[in-house]
Design a protein around this ligand. Structure first.
Ligand code: MRU
Length: 357
């Protein structure tokens, strides 16, 4: 199944429960938007495009739940549900992007009957989810052209099917190169604290038969300095207008060491992840998560930190554009100057969506 999908018969949202992988692949079901908000906050579902799609389906549930009998009441209900969903995680802009897109349907004056608005909201969520898969495939083809036979690729976090509706961003590029028959090997950063690399990316590499080795985050620099890495691919939670990118904590260190060693570093970024309203990455809000994520790991059955240890736990960091070789989008690979070329890619994509709407 897809990472997030709508069950038409039972009118609810189903998600692969990513907290339980790789031990068990369990499906979680949500029939109200509060549950979807919890799922995003607690990372049942995670990854920028996947949480955007989950929020869109969450709003479709809110539309079903609303007991409003007038349009203004209905819009008020949906507006507060959208705000509630939006507050769950601050960094990935896909969440706000998806909800804004959904709210345009909620307030569309051309659809008048409430039953029709409810149906249109669900249709829009389905369309958004389907488009995500199609966009990922387009990025995968553009990105795979950058990979040569024999390459060893460094990858951070999880950016595969599980981080999207299906297929993936950076890991989707790698999967495409593998399916094209290129002989590749992937070094997967385990990605502390929540180990998305070890738990999720390694699991996906097993599913898709992608040759990989799991490495601790601290080994990435070693392999880059010793010449064992040819190219790096990462995902992105929000890109600013100048090409700065926010991604999973540790990405910045990967990018700096890559540049120092002359290794190309490519974020794979759907245009829905680009926030042209922010001039630089300094304005991107960085989520800080619970200290338990850092301290509650055990080693040999024992706690890894003393009781009461003080913790800082930023979930993301910003990589300045000067470390970014190129940005893989569904429109193609965008190169500097990003201030001009990234905007052009986003606007071209938006114009295309308007033409096909
Ligand atoms: O905290 P997470 O697991 O949601 O973080 C995910 C990432 O940082 C991904 O790299 C990012 O969402 C882009 S991949 C689709």
């Amino acid at each position: 199944m897809r990472t997030v999908e709508w069950d038409t018969n039972r009118q609810l949202v189903k998600m692969i429960d990513q907290r339980k992988l790789p031990s068990v692949c369990e499906i979680a079901e949500f029939s109200d938007y509060n549950g979807v908000a919890m799922a995003i906050r607690e990372m049942v579902v995670r990854g920028a495009p996947a949480i955007g799609a989950a929020a869109a389906f969450g709003l479709a549930l809110a539309a079903q739940q609303s007991r409003a009998t007038s349009r203004p009441e209905f819009e008020q209900d949906l507006n507060s549900a959208a705000q509630f969903l939006r507050a769950t995680r601050p960094t990935a802009v896909n969440l706000a992007w998806a909800l804004e897109r959904m709210m345009r349907v909620v307030t569309n004056p051309e659809i008048t009957a409430l039953a029709d608005v409810r149906q249109a909201i669900l249709n829009e969520a389905q369309r958004l989810a389907d488009e995500d898969v199609e966009i990922n495939l387009r990025m995968a083809r553009h990105g795979a052209a950058l990979i040569k036979d024999g390459d060893t690729i460094l990858h951070h976090c999880n950016t595969g099917s599980l981080a999207t509706v299906d297929w993936g961003t950076a890991l989707g590029v790698i999967r495409m190169a593998n399916e094209q028959g290129k002989k590749i090997h992937v070094l997967l950063d385990e990605t502390r604290p929540l180990l998305q690399g070890a738990r999720l990316s390694a699991w996906e590499c097993e599913q898709y038969h992608i040759p990989y080795s799991l490495i601790v985050d601290n080994a990435a620099g070693h392999f880059m300095r010793t010449g064992e890495v040819n190219i790096c691919f990462v995902g992105t939670d929000r890109a600013a207008a100048n090409g700065d990118i926010a991604n999973k904590i540790g990405t910045y260190k990967v990018a700096v060491v890559a540049k120092e060693n002359g290794i190309p570093f490519f974020p794979v970024v759907p245009t829905s992840t680009v926030d042209l309203s922010l001039p630089t990455g300094d304005a991107i809000p960085i989520e800080e998560r619970d200290s338990a994520e850092v301290t509650e790991l055990t080693l040999f059955g024992r706690a890894v930190a003393p009781v009461g240890a003080k913790v800082r736990n930023p979930a993301f960091d910003v990589t300045p554009y000067k470390y970014v070789t190129g940005i893989v989008t569904e429109y193609g690979v965008v190169y500097p100057p990003y201030g001009i070329n990234l905007r052009q890619a986003v606007e071209a994509e938006q114009a295309k969506v308007r033409r096909t709407a």
